[in-house]
Design a protein around this ligand. Structure first.
Ligand SMILES: [Zn+2]
Length: 481
């Protein structure tokens, strides 16, 4: 098969006219006329643009699959609007069934009362856009046995009123109290989430935790994983697991740690306090990340760590610096996820570390207001795409779906037109590089993410600035055509 168009190789030469595929490999590339002459029997197809297969370098496919099946509250910033949507949705649900929603972004913690009125016959569980907090009604609190006597779980907070009664808002690990009593997402949701990514033109994604490996292994055995799946295990579930490939689409590669929370829930851990004088929350203690990370590296895993606030980034740089010598045998970098707020002092400390920087520029679109509200005068420390690109470390871009929709065009828009500090914008080529070659390097998949002789035939096909299909392991897929 010969594909022609504007072929961006992410290699040398940077652009060619055509690429020739043989089986699941790229066999040749160059000028369209030359390839036609060399392979006269090959089938020919033309597209506006052809790139290496897109990676979404940070997803939670189980929860994305789940989100595709529940009440969507994306863009909701007013608790009353959320409650109205819940009321409409709950009308069609049987009494007692859980009403689930996700995606809202609120400035203040709302109370259960609005949801009690909206859905008097159902327990309600709504997750914030960043996944770091949830809003529930009284029925859900009752089912989870959360009352004045309930202590805050480790790493979590049950928000309470002046009299000590839970108000219906739960931060971080406290969400687990309710999740425990809810029906669990499973194979159907994981497969739905992965299929949706494949349909959007992705040929790979990096799973960032919160899903049991057994589900993915079950799909792998049944040959039902529709893209290359790089897997990070939760910190609680890596001991006793062997790193490595399960079939040819699933690699168990890393252990995930959380240094802090997120800005939207005011749990991102900051050097300087928020206007309310709090500093956010440290989640996994830095000493624990260092000691457990060392054990994970010695067992052959890489490390992934979530760091959003300035204090989290600073602390994690120190830990990764200490662990750097242990990564030599690993063949892949450590990863810092989000890297959302960085002080000038820290920028110079990235270069030279065995580290990939994994960011989600599209979050800047929704977080602009949050940054201005929670971090006034600190706008320039937020989403430093260009400064971090200039560290010379590989940059990998993603969506953090279901936190945001895994639509690559949103990252192209946000990163090339930075909504807070235009000088930090990247070029479209840089964005595409970080979605292909940069992401592949971050995964340690060094032969992926570029179009060159003998590279895997994983490609994304574009028309009108939009992915319309892909080639995955040499097979052409054009959904909707
Ligand atoms: Zn995530």
């Amino acid at each position: 098969m010969i594909l022609t168009g504007e072929v961006l190789t992410m290699s040398e030469p940077a652009e060619v006219e055509a690429v020739y595929l043989e089986g699941d490999r790229i066999a040749d590339l160059g000028q369209a006329a030359d390839l036609s002459a060399r392979y006269p029997k090959a089938k020919k197809l033309s597209f506006e643009q052809i790139t290496p297969g897109l990676h979404d370098a940070h997803t939670h496919p189980l929860h994305w699959g789940e989100a595709l099946g529940i009440l969507d509250l994306a863009g909701v910033t007013d608790p009353r609007e959320a409650a109205e949507r819940v009321a409409r949705y709950a009308k069609n649900q049987p009494a007692g069934a859980w009403v689930r929603g996700a995606g809202y972004l609120l400035r203040d913690y709302p109370s259960s009362v609005l949801l009690d009125e909206a859905a008097p016959h159902n327990p309600v569980f709504l997750r914030s856009r960043d996944f770091h907090s949830c809003w529930v009604n009284q029925q859900a609190l009752n089912l989870a046995h959360i009352n004045t006597q309930t202590p805050n779980p480790e790493g979590g907070v049950v928000v309470r009123d002046a009299s000590g009664s839970p108000t219906g808002y739960l931060l971080e690990q406290a969400q687990g109290l309710v999740l425990e009593v809810m029906p669990k997402a499973g194979l159907t949701e994981l497969e739905r989430g992965l299929r949706d990514l494949a349909r959007r033109g992705y040929t790979a994604t990096h799973h960032m935790g919160l899903c049991s490996l057994e589900l993915a292994e079950t799909l792998a055995k049944a040959h039902k994983i529709p893209l290359r799946l790089w897997w990070a295990l939760d910190r609680a579930h890596w001991q006793g697991v062997q790193p490595g490939w399960r079939g040819d689409c699933l690699e168990v590669a890393a252990v995930k740690f959380f240094v802090d929370g997120a800005l939207g829930s005011r749990t991102a851990w900051m050097v300087e306090p928020y206007p309310d004088t709090t500093h956010g929350m440290a989640l996994d203690a830095l000493e624990d990340i260092r000691s457990e990370g060392q054990r994970a590296l010695e067992a052959g895993f890489s490390m992934v760590a979530h760091a959003i606030g300035t204090r989290a980034v600073k602390g994690l740089l120190e830990v990764f610096g200490d662990l750097a010598p242990l990564t030599q045998a690993l063949q892949r970098p450590l990863r810092m996820e989000h890297v959302q707020h960085v002080r000038d002092e820290e920028i110079s400390k990235f270069a030279g570390l065995p580290l990939a920087i994994s960011m989600q520029p599209m979050h800047a679109l929704a977080d602009t207001v949050l940054v201005q509200h929670h971090l006034p005068s600190k706008e320039r420390e937020a989403f430093r795409f260009l400064d971090l690109w200039n560290t010379g470390l590989p940059m990998a871009l993603g969506s953090d779906a279901p936190v945001a929709e895994p639509d690559v065009r949103l990252n192209l828009e946000a990163a090339t037109h930075h909504p807070l500090t235009p000088a930090q914008s990247l070029s479209p080529w840089q964005v595409l590089w970080a979605h292909t070659r940069g992401a592949a390097l971050a995964a340690g998949w060094n032969e992926h993410g570029l179009i060159g002789p003998e590279a895997p035939a994983d490609l994304t096909l574009w028309e009108g600035g939009k992915p319309i299909g892909r080639v995955f392991r040499g097979e052409l897929e054009l959904p909707g055509v």
